[in-house]
Design a protein around this ligand. Structure first.
Ligand code: FEO
Length: 405
């Protein structure tokens, strides 16, 4: 190996041995414009334990960082908290290299990893139950299932003596950095990236997130460090309280006084309508974000939806349909199951004019409460049409203000 990567000490016995992916820009449809990290951790207990692995192309980085602390062959146990390939992609190779006594996984983790690797992990996985503890000799790890945060197999591991939770995807973010701790980074950046991560990865599981937070709170664990599988590590009770509280807010999905106007345009007619609606919304007292899909990614729309209360979408009619960018974004949003939104559709057309009807149907299928039949404008919207757009914005802002607490 040519490159040398070092581990980073997190506590007396725990080291970060993950990988930094500076270049990734797409994570299953989510635009990761700041890259990410695949965090793995080494517990230097009597029984030396590796917590999670990394995405397969980064295995050399993982091995190098482990080797800066200990010969990987001396690792006794592996814990796989989550089966998705960004954390288990190196599991088969690492199991072969290390030859561990045990590879601990949840019940669903066993099922998923065995299916995923088509037999390569058969007979090598040791199931742990929700609430079960294992001894590492001088340390203890307790497991807690965290199903659907982010997959059915997900669990968190609590290293009691270090008051440290390995939380896998939960409380993480896609942010590449050489800083390992959240308190070394800007607060606004952390909140933005944590929100983007929640909106694009966990939003649809919000009811499960709320239950998990309740379970975590009831467990009454003494937690000083939360070490996720992506992005920086949270240390200190105040920082941990902050990210847990943000998760509580996001999981509640209460509508905010924010309206999104999301559109695409062919010859700027639908854009003119979007601008008129946004003026009405703003004059009506709503916070407004106007998002052109020609200039923005679907995952940025999802992030903005997280604390919005209204979604107004616009598309010209092209070939008797909506613009493909709208279809892409609405299908993506529908999967994320945003709640408690009101909305309406708008768009220009030349002859057939299906877009408003199609958009309205798609909004309804997403569970958005339609508060208007929508506005269509022939070719270039005139003052009368733009006036109707302005009025629509204003009336949505008024309805929105009644919906928020
Ligand atoms: Fe980071 Fe769901 O994997």
């Amino acid at each position: 190996m040519n490159k040398k990567y070092n581990a980073v000490k997190i506590t007396d016995s725990v080291y970060w041995v993950g990988a930094i992916d500076w270049q990734i820009r797409d994570f299953h449809g989510y635009s990761t414009d700041k890259g990410t990290t695949y965090n793995a951790y080494l517990i230097m207990a009597d029984k030396i334990t590796l917590v999670d692995t990394v995405k397969k192309p980064f295995i050399e980085e993982l091995i190098s960082r482990i080797s800066s602390v200990v010969d990987p062959k001396k690792i006794d146990y592996i814990i796989s908290n989550h089966s998705e390939m960004d954390h288990s992609g190196s599991l088969v190779e690492m199991t072969e290299l290390i030859g561990p006594e045990k590879v601990y996984v949840s019940k669903m983790g066993k099922k998923n990893l065995e299916s995923h690797f088509h037999g390569s992990m058969e007979g090598k996985l040791n199931e742990v139950k929700d609430g079960e503890e294992i001894s590492l000799g001088n340390k203890t790890v307790a497991f807690m299932e965290s199903r659907m945060l982010h997959w059915p197999d997900s669990m968190i591991s609590y290293l009691k003596e270090e008051k440290l939770v390995f939380s896998q995807d939960a409380f993480g973010m896609h942010l590449a950095s050489t800083e390992r701790f959240a308190d070394e980074l800007d607060d606004a950046l952390l909140e933005t990236e944590a929100a983007k991560y929640y909106a694009n990865i966990l939003l649809l599981y919000s009811p499960v997130v709320a239950k998990f937070l309740e379970k975590l709170s009831k467990a009454n664990l003494d937690i000083e460090i939360v070490a996720p599988d992506h992005g920086p590590i949270w240390r200190g009770k105040e920082n941990i309280r902050r990210i847990v509280s943000l998760y509580g807010t996001w999981a509640a999905q209460e509508p905010g006084n924010k309206a999104l106007v999301v559109y695409d345009t062919m010859w700027k007619s639908t854009e003119k309508m979007a601008r008129a609606i946004s003026e009405g919304l703003s004059d009506g007292g709503a916070e407004v974000r106007v998002i052109s899909l020609g200039a923005n990614h679907r995952s940025d729309v999802a992030t903005q939806v997280l604390d919005a209360g209204a979604l107004v979408v616009g598309s010209p009619t092209m070939n008797n349909q909506i613009f493909p960018t709208l279809a892409d974004t609405l299908v993506y949003l529908k999967g994320l199951k945003p709640k408690n939104l009101i909305g309406a559709a708008f768009g220009s057309y030349g002859w057939s004019g299906e877009s408003v009807k199609d958009l309205s149907r798609m909004l309804e299928e997403m569970g958005v409460e339609l508060v208007d039949e929508g506005i269509s404008a022939l070719f270039i919207p005139d003052d009368e049409a733009l006036g109707r757009c302005y009025d629509l914005g204003k009336s949505i802002a008024e309805k929105l203000s009644k919906n928020i607490k």
